[in-house]
Design a protein around this ligand. Sequence first.
Ligand code: GDP
Ligand code: IMO
Ligand code: MG
Length: 423
Amino acid sequence: MNVDVLLGLQWGDEGKGKIVDFLADKYDLVCRFQGGPNAGHTLIINGHKTVLHTIPSGIFRHDITNVIGNGVVIDPFTLCEEIDELNDLGLNVTERLIIAKRAHLILPTHRMLDAASEKSKGLAKIGSTLRGIGPTYMDKTGRNGLRIGDILRSDFRQKYETLKAKHLGLLKIYPELDFDLESEEEKWWTSIEVLRKIQQVNGEYFVNDALKNGKSVLAEGAQGSMLDIDFGTYPFVTSSNTVTSGVCSGLGVSPRHIGKVIGITKAYCTRVGSGPFPTELHGESGEELRKAGHEFGATTGRPRRCGWIDIPQLKYSIMINGVTELTVTKADVLSAFDAIKLATSYQYDGKDTMELPYDLDHPGLTPQYLSMDGWNSDISGINDYGVLPKNVKSFIEKMEQLLEVPITLISTGPEREALLTRD
Ligand code: GDP
Ligand code: IMO
Ligand code: MG
């Protein structure tokens, strides 16, 4: 069997959680392979909203095992809060949740370092979610990190104290922070006790054995391709590989096991945090899109920057990820507009190009737009392609023609059922 992948093609928040929840029904395992609680994946089921940060979005499907892979960074406290919330909904999470021993731990001092680093950057800040993601991955690559598998070792406390001391030393180069370390540590250690009771496995064997035994696996991306540490808008990115190659290193599966790669994009584009965004709409139109799409961060509540869909950017993400099919979400949000635009190429220093330049913030870069008629009607909740207004179909077909990948799923609202499949 193969690992199918679903991942975001833009700057995150494409609606991955909703689509993974829908697709999960067809799989035996759903696995997160990178990122951590910087992610906020929203699921709306029977009118109830849940935002998942670390737990895979297959958790609402009862027969599915959910794996937090080795490439993920885990904040014990956030994870326990999620487990409690889901248990309160009667989900019995602990029976269906598996954690890879090689997944790294976010310490309270990682969050302090994140905050201190951002503060020191002033206007040049990344706009991090301040969940300690960057410093934790730095300790991973710097070979200082603590891992889930360490929490059962007798020397765990000592390892923790050593790393904490190192962090406190580093923090001396920054101005003092308002952070109640003592109370954060208390919550952290209480959560570690809870995590000790959760099934820990050698994730690479667990996933490969499942594949060998004919089980189907879906890998759930977090963030989006433009936030990838290598291929995103560096330095305004996250600290992991969010692209398909991250599945291999984040779960321990061979590239030969990668099956379908489902890329997900909004019918427009958003980004939260700093960094270049060529099709961003400033002023009234941006505000209108933000309002129509309720574009506020699922993790931090920050307003998301909004703009038109960007075809060169999407083609870049499709190339890097090897996308085999596309999902388009939030098409219903565009009902608010008389005319809908797509950036079909860039002018870069006066020359037309489809290539994403190294310096996406170059002042001589201007997106070239194609304008299409809107549909002036509410399409929320429609789940039959045949009954969509003609102009919605023209928009979808134009995207498909430009992107050269079939669009197989279209989402028309935040609820689980607001979705249509297309052959
Ligand atoms: P994720 O991080 O990719 O899982 O996406 P988020 O959950 O952060 O953000 C997507 C937001 O859009 C959430 O509030 C979803 O409930 C909502 N959403 C998802 N699909 C649709 C859709 O097709 N239409 C509308 N209107 N909202 C959607
Ligand atoms: P999901 O999985 C949108 C952004 C942050 C910031 C940058 C670095 O919900 O799509 P970090 O906390 O990783 O150091 O932040 O990345 N970012 C996201 N933006 N959706 C996310 O996740 C994000 N995770 C991180 O806003 O600009
Ligand atoms: Mg999100």
